[in-house]
Design a protein around this ligand. Structure first.
Ligand SMILES: Nc1nc2c(ncn2[C@@H]2O[C@H](COP(=O)(O)OP(=O)(O)OP(=O)(O)O)[C@@H](O)[C@H]2O)c(=O)[nH]1
Ligand SMILES: [Mg+2]
Length: 428
């Protein structure tokens, strides 16, 4: 368009020029008239160019405003979609695959030529402190601990390696006496006995407080079964001595129990919670190792799958907050599992030529995005699990996120969703 305007202008100025030259005025005045016309032409051309530039600028601004408006609309749509979508929408909606759910297999099996190992099953009544003891002896919070009985739901392997010796502990659910069999799920009932079958040694854990102040029906059942069916050497560990108020009664009871199973080689009084006599017990167990292949590489505390780590961390949260039979009626279901790579800004201080300068560097970081559904049988249980204004579930999420990140060594975005589904099961 500007070319056409310029052409038009030039035509106009040529006409004016020839009109000026054809006048009868003297030559000098004709020349000045030429200059005048030419400068007028230049001015008009410049004005036209400025006008065009202004129009272009305005068009650009309009375009930008339009783009901004439509992107805001897109954002708003996205936010609405997010709000409507379930929390697991942050992941690809794909639950953890078999590899994530399976116990870890380590390709690195480096071990000394004189490697020794002992596989030790820790057996006792529910709440005796088995998980506390295993965590203490391995120095890692592998197994969850709570004041509720039957917190441990399956056999959990945890390792402590010292020099050429590896102690492999099998933490087990509390032994369930015949009397309570019908109230507890089959997997929980059988797990201690299955662990017993694969162990080379036992730690039989007694609760000093319970022995002296409460019934010891479960302990009697456990020792009777061992006496009938088992020949594995054992250490009798008397836990919670910090709570015992009647040492004489305890001594009698402990003596009686040590006679019930003839393969008990030693008796140790401990407090797993306070750390009392832990070194003595560990030294005793290390002296029981035999030449054999290590089960886990040095420095690895457990073979638990990543999914199990997540499940245990979340379960620890609601076990700590719910009372009575309620913790046992919550089931977990994995709804999403994805490891994403996110750019993260890191501040660095670079020293060069005697001065330190700060700079920001963007690095790629792996992050786990995981969604767990907590399935309950009724709306009222869901309300308890959520807490007032979702306070309880937020707290569970916060503590679980922290422990998962620590265990898996990467940042975690955990989404928890409480789902109500009718369930007729009544067993713990
Ligand atoms: N005072 C005291 N408390 C202890 C001791 N050992 C464990 N506890 C507490 O006993 C409770 C049960 O501990 P756990 O380690 O979960 O017991 P558990 O035998 O693994 O229990 P289940 O997995 O339910 O069979 C927790 O509140 C512990 O803090 C101890 O030596 N002294
Ligand atoms: Mg336990």
């Amino acid at each position: 368009m500007s070319a056409t305007v310029s052409q038009r202008l030039w035509r106009l100025h040529r006409q004016r020029l020839s009109a000026a030259l054809s006048t009868t005025a003297p030559q000098a005045s004709a020349l000045s008239r030429v200059h005048q016309v030419l400068s007028e032409a230049r001015r008009e051309q410049q004005a036209e160019r400025n006008e065009q530039a202004k129009r272009n600028e305005q068009a650009k601004r309009n375009e930008q405003a339009e783009a901004k408006k439509s992107s805001r609309l897109e954002d708003a749509k996205g936010k609405v979609a997010d709000r409507r979508a379930p929390r697991r929408a942050h992941t690809e909606h794909r639950p953890a695959d078999a590899l994530v759910a399976m116990p870890k297999v380590f390709a690195r099996t480096g071990q000394p030529a004189d490697a020794e190992v002992a596989k030790i099953a820790v057996l006792g009544a529910a709440n005796a402190g088995k998980s506390t003891l295993v965590n203490r002896l391995t120095g890692s919070p592998v197994s969850i601990v709570s004041a509720r009985p039957q917190t441990t739901r399956s056999r959990i392997m945890a390792c402590a390696t010292e020099g050429n010796k590896q102690l492999v502990f099998l933490d087990t659910p509390g032994v369930v006496s015949m009397h309570s069999l019908r109230r507890v799920s089959r997997a929980v009932v059988t797990a201690p006995w299955l662990a017993l079958a694969e162990a080379s040694h036992l730690v039989l854990l007694l609760d000093a407080f319970k022995l002296t102040a409460k019934t010891d029906e479960t302990e009697r059942y456990l020792f009777a079964q061992l006496h009938k069916h088992c020949r594995v050497p054992a250490v009798l560990a008397v836990n919670k001595i910090d709570l015992c108020e009647d040492p004489d009664k305890l001594a009698d009871k402990v003596h009686a129990y040590s006679q019930l199973y003839p393969y008990i080689t030693d008796t140790v009084h401990i407090s797993a919670h306070c750390g009392t006599n832990m070194d003595e017990l560990k030294t005793l167990l290390l002296s029981r190792t035999r030449p054999g292949d290590w089960l886990l590489p040095r420095g690895v505390a457990t073979d638990m799958s990543d999914l199990m780590v997540v499940e245990e961390a979340v379960r620890a949260g609601w076990f700590a907050r719910m009372h009575g039979h309620l913790p046992y009626v919550v089931r977990q279901r994995n709804a999403g599992w994805q490891v994403v790579v996110v750019p993260v800004e890191r501040q660095e201080h670079v020293w060069a030529h005697g001065t330190t300068t700060a700079r920001v560097r963007t690095v790629e970081q792996r992050e786990l995005v995981v969604s767990q559904e907590l399935v309950v049988g009724s709306g009222s249980i869901a309300k308890i699990l959520l807490g007032a204004n979702g306070e309880a579930i937020r707290e569970i999420r916060r503590s679980a996120t922290e422990s998962i990140a620590r265990a898996l060594g990467m940042p975690v975005r955990l989404h928890l969703q409480v789902v109500v589904e009718k369930d007729t099961r009544t067993r713990k």
